[in-house]
Ligand binder design. Sequence first.
Ligand code: URA
Length: 206
Amino acid sequence: MHPLVRFQQECTAFFQALSPEGQCPLVFGDGLSENPVLMLIGEAPGEQETLQGKPFVGKAGKNLTAFLEAVGLEREQLYVSNVVKIRPTKQSASGGTVNRPPNAEEKALFTPWLMREIAIVRPCALVTLGNVALQAFIQDTVGHLHGQWSRAVIAPPEAQAFTLPLFALYHPASVIYNRSLTEVYQNDLTILRDSLRARSPEKSDI
Ligand code: URA
């Protein structure tokens, strides 16, 4: 069995045991799962992701397409995933179900699974979208670290820790809600594109 399939089965069993009355389905990563140039890490799936069983589809998929165009990559060259793999929801004032940010317990439960996932996929580098993804690795804010390369420690449970280059970006959704970030975000994408272009094909690292 492919290690990623085993990973998905074990992760599903773990979260089913925690919530036997049933919670919304887990949404796993998608894309090139063996040594992609980049692994893009978001926060958590939303409604469309849960319906389609894939991260970054629907409105968030448009953000992803814009990201790919800006950095000159195809979706097939990437692996895309989220820290939290269930859709965190709450009731809105009008009684509907809406997204909410993942809470501390959800982040703590899912982070070791993310570490295992990275150790299986072995990307050349990580790109984190927003604070939730960044802080799975580095206790700093995207306001400080966006647009530059840092080094992430990947510490899968019961396995050897290793490091990977990490490029922090604002979450595309926060750019939509805060127009003043648009220029900053575009500039960060240019920096990322230039460092990908400068990367020689024989180097496995960025
Ligand atoms: N869709 C995802 O899969 N992740 C996000 O962080 C946002 C939208």
